[in-house]
Ligand binder design. Structure first.
Ligand SMILES: Nc1ncnc2c1ncn2[C@@H]1O[C@H](COP(=O)(O)OP(=O)(O)OP(=O)(O)O)[C@@H](O)[C@H]1O
Ligand SMILES: [Mg+2]
Length: 205
């Protein structure tokens, strides 16, 4: 017996947090032992790195340096939270993981992508299943703008950037079709949750 590891990916506002909460509720009804966590973050140290990363780029870091910081945060998270929980037979549900680094940083620099992948090989943990919530960036934009704690990310980067992100997430999903399950995020919250639960039940976690 060992636990398992589920990650959620997708463009800003696609419904990751919403679906993670719904999946956590479902696992509770099934008496499954789970841990909910997120990246960048999940540990005290990683949260400090997250704060620095989300601050305006006062430090003028290159995308490669930014990638190294994301990887440091990830390593701390894997060592202290993800691996121990899996060894304790729990299901880990993680909001964003390595695919986000490949998309957000890798999209801007092939060298950052290479650096990330090289370090990830040493971290040595892949999710058992990744849900890519795929959806129309225009709809995601409207949802995110209507959200109370809107963090202005769409305004900062623009809709074209979200289209690029979507395309890159889909490319990765096609490259790793054994791990990444594409979920249609344009439907209702309940419908999206049903798609996810069906996949989970198919792999029998
Ligand atoms: N299927 C859906 N239909 C309609 N509204 C939705 C749906 N899923 C989520 N929402 C709403 O859209 C907004 C964004 O959802 P959510 O915060 O879950 O996205 P997210 O992927 O976690 O975003 P972020 O990348 O910014 O963390 C929320 O206000 C949420 O209630
Ligand atoms: Mg979220």
């Amino acid at each position: 017996m060992k636990g398992s590891f589920i990650s959620f990916e997708g463009i800003d506002g696609c419904g990751k947090s919403t679906q993670i909460d719904l999946l956590a509720k479902y696992f509770t009804t099934q008496n499954k032992n789970f841990v909910k966590t997120e990246e960048p973050g999940g540990t005290l140290g990683s949260n400090e790195i997250r704060k620095i990363l989300l601050r305006e780029n006062n430090f003028q870091w290159s995308v490669e340096t930014e990638t190294l910081l994301f990887m440091a945060a990830r390593n701390d998270h894997v060592e202290k939270v993800i691996k121990p929980a899996i060894e304790d037979n729990k299901i880990v549900i993680c909001d964003r993981f390595m695919d986000s680094t490949i998309v957000y940083q890798g999209m801007r620099s092939p060298q950052a992508r290479k650096l990330g992948l090289m370090l990830f090989e040493q971290i040595g943990i892949n999710p058992d299943i990744t849900f890519l919530i795929d959806m129309d960036p225009e709809v995601a934009l409207n949802r995110a703008l209507n959200r109370a704690n809107n963090e202005d990310r769409f305004e900062n980067y623009g809709i074209n950037f979200q289209y690029q992100l979507r395309k890159n997430f889909l490319n990765i999903a096609h490259q790793h079709s054994e791990r990444i399950k594409i979920i249609d995020g344009n439907r209702s919250k309940e419908n999206v949750a049903a798609q996810i639960i069906e996949s989970i039940n198919n792999i029998d976690l």
